[in-house]
Ligand binder design. Structure first.
Ligand code: SF4
Length: 324
């Protein structure tokens, strides 16, 4: 069931503003996305970001999107008792920047306890004890940590100036102490930057302190915000995994198809292909034309690039995708 095709009790079509998918996620299976910030509010501006350049670069927490609107949409969507693997806070920026996240988590836990809750976060707010308390009732935390040394952190993640990598690491260590769920920590490998011998040695040390249940290595599978960022090879990811051994490392990068995931929609795939067959488009063009969320478009484009059905080209207005 697609959110944008649901009907309200009055019979008209409903288009959700804050929910998207369910998307076919390699890590989470059938995942309903909940976006708590508008495009694009984030405390980082990562060089590999698939969503695009951060336009509101901030650590300020506020109600970026209306909590009551999010709750209404969730009530409406979940009333149909849809089959889902996870409800996931993710989207066009950093979800913990929305000050209402705790209220939304409590609402889902109280009213829909059958669903598991996941949070995709860049980890930057975990140094705040209040944020750790607000999110501790989720089932699965998917934090990013792309660097241990502060200079590499700045080069890859372009943080708000006051952020320090050690504070983020300390926040993750503290969160693990109060959290009953699992932590699957993602490291996005940018070759030549965070895969050096020195950085991997530092990673090994702090990962032993953070103690995530899984450490997931990812890399670029379609162009990011910077043209010069290249993906890591599978061999390099295997080398890194070996270096981090015996920590619980797995490679989650592009090499596996999403087509086997139940929420993979042939209809969405065909609509994207039909559109870019007519003319090359950016992800934003596709999101606007098809009425889909950027993250959803990104997931399908990654799959189509993997299958060599789509190619991309960086131009002045952004990265354009066209069908092969
Ligand atoms: S990758 Fe995530 S954390 Fe980095 S800029 Fe994009 S939305 Fe923000």
């Amino acid at each position: 069931m697609k959110p944008e095709l649901q009907k309200s009790k009055f019979g008209e079509k409903v288009k959700y503003k804050h929910l998207f998918g369910p998307v076919p996620s390699r890590r989470l299976g059938m995942s309903l996305g909940v976006d708590l910030v508008p495009y694009k509010v984030c405390s980082l501006n990562c060089i590999y970001c698939e969503v695009g350049e951060t336009t509101i670069h901030t650590l300020e927490r506020k109600e970026y999107v209306s909590v009551s609107e999010v709750l209404d949409e969730l009530d409406h969507f979940l009333a149909g008792n849809p089959e889902l693997d996870y409800i996931t806070f993710s989207g066009a920026g950093e979800p913990t920047l929305n000050i209402g996240i705790e209220e939304i988590i409590s609402h889902i836990k109280e009213n829909y306890p059958q669903y598991k809750l996941a949070l995709l976060t860049n980890s930057t707010l975990l140094s705040d004890e209040k944020v750790r308390e607000e999110i501790k009732d989720i089932d699965l935390l998917l934090p990013s940590l792309d660097a241990v040394s502060d200079d590499v952190f700045r080069k890859i993640n372009n943080p708000v100036t006051s952020l320090k990598s050690q504070d983020i690491i300390d926040g993750l260590i503290e969160f693990k102490k109060i959290f009953k769920g699992e932590i699957w920590l993602e490291i996005f490998i940018v070759p030549g930057m965070n895969d050096t011998k020195e950085e991997l040695k530092l990673f090994k040390k702090v990962l032993k302190q953070i103690r995530p249940e899984r450490i997931q290595l990812n890399t670029l599978d379609r162009p990011g915000t910077k043209e010069w960022v290249v993906p890591s090879t599978r061999e390099n990811l295997k080398r890194i995994a070996k270096k981090l051994h015996p920590l619980p490392v797995e490679i989650i990068a592009k090499f596996k198809s999403r087509r086997g995931i139940a929420s993979y929609s042939d209809d969405v795939e065909s609509r994207i292909l039909e559109t870019i067959r007519r003319r090359p488009c950016t992800t934003q063009d596709l999101a606007d034309m098809l009425g889909l969320h950027l993250n959803e478009i990104n997931k399908y484009l990654s799959e189509l690039i993997l299958l060599k059905m789509v190619t991309s080209e960086v131009q002045e207005r952004g990265t354009f995708f066209r069908a092969l």
